[in-house]
Design a protein around this ligand. Structure first.
Ligand code: SF4
Length: 227
């Protein structure tokens, strides 16, 4: 089941040769088989993932844009399709793309900080991405996609990984400082974004500069990198 989840949005070269190996195919298969958070959680048995892991990621040989999100929610865990929810609808609106374009693995790679739904905390909110996942998989996944030109770092966990010490103290200041990460001379550009969740609707109202300044540049670059 997990392998189907990782491969649900498949790169065309794999669609042409189902079951094909190669470096990307092997990496996808290894991630699909990962059960670390259920079987040997880093913080001990009390932190065991309480459900069967279902890694969800789109690893692409051709996409020039990487969507670096947090972790799947329950709906994505059940469907195996990343951003298959209201957050995804808002994100597609920010990008200016249709569902078909968004799920085209030649256009977008989608690699969250944690590949599996982490479960809920005592208040019923999604837990953070599993701490085991990024150290285990992320560098290998990024090395496998050297063609990426733009990283959309959604939320504090992706911003911490992709910006490191360049990140500002809080998410708002990091996003406000977007030009410093965007106008780089080497390596992929990183554009920090808030999570497109309904929970951030108030943040969007309090920070109108985001829709006025950032989204037009985002749409412009997405258009040029996905044509
Ligand atoms: S969250 Fe990552 S490390 Fe944990 S089981 Fe899923 S794929 Fe493996």
């Amino acid at each position: 089941m997990a392998e189907r989840a990782v491969r649900r949005v498949r790169a065309p070269e794999d669609q042409a040769t189902p079951g094909a190996g190669g470096p990307l195919g092997n990496l996808r298969a290894a991630i699909a088989a990962c059960r670390i958070c259920r079987d040997v959680p880093a913080r001990g048995p009390q932190d065991r993932l309480p459900h069967e892991p279902r890694p969800v990621a789109v690893i692409s040989a051709k996409a020039r844009i990487l969507i670096a999100g947090q972790a799947p929610g329950l709906r994505v865990h059940e469907s195996g399709l990343p951003f298959n929810d209201a957050s995804g609808d808002r994100l597609r609106n920010w990008l200016g793309v249709s569902r078909d374009e968004f799920y085209d693995a030649d256009r977008f790679a989608i690699v969250p900080m944690g590949f599996c739904f982490p479960g809920y905390d005592l208040k019923g909110s999604d837990l953070p991405p599993r701490a085991e996942c990024a150290p285990l998989w992320r560098s290998a996944v990024l090395r496998a996609m050297p063609q990426i030109e733009l990283v959309l770092a959604i939320g504090q966990y992706a911003q911490a990984w992709h910006l490191g010490a360049r990140r500002q103290k809080g998410m708002t200041e990091t996003v406000r400082n977007w030009r410093a990460y965007f106008h780089v001379n080497h390596g992929p550009r990183v554009l920090p974004l808030p999570h497109p969740s309904w929970r951030n609707t108030g943040w969007l109202k309090r920070n109108p500069w985001f829709e006025e300044e950032v989204l037009p540049r985002l749409k412009e670059h997405v258009d040029s990198l996905t044509r």
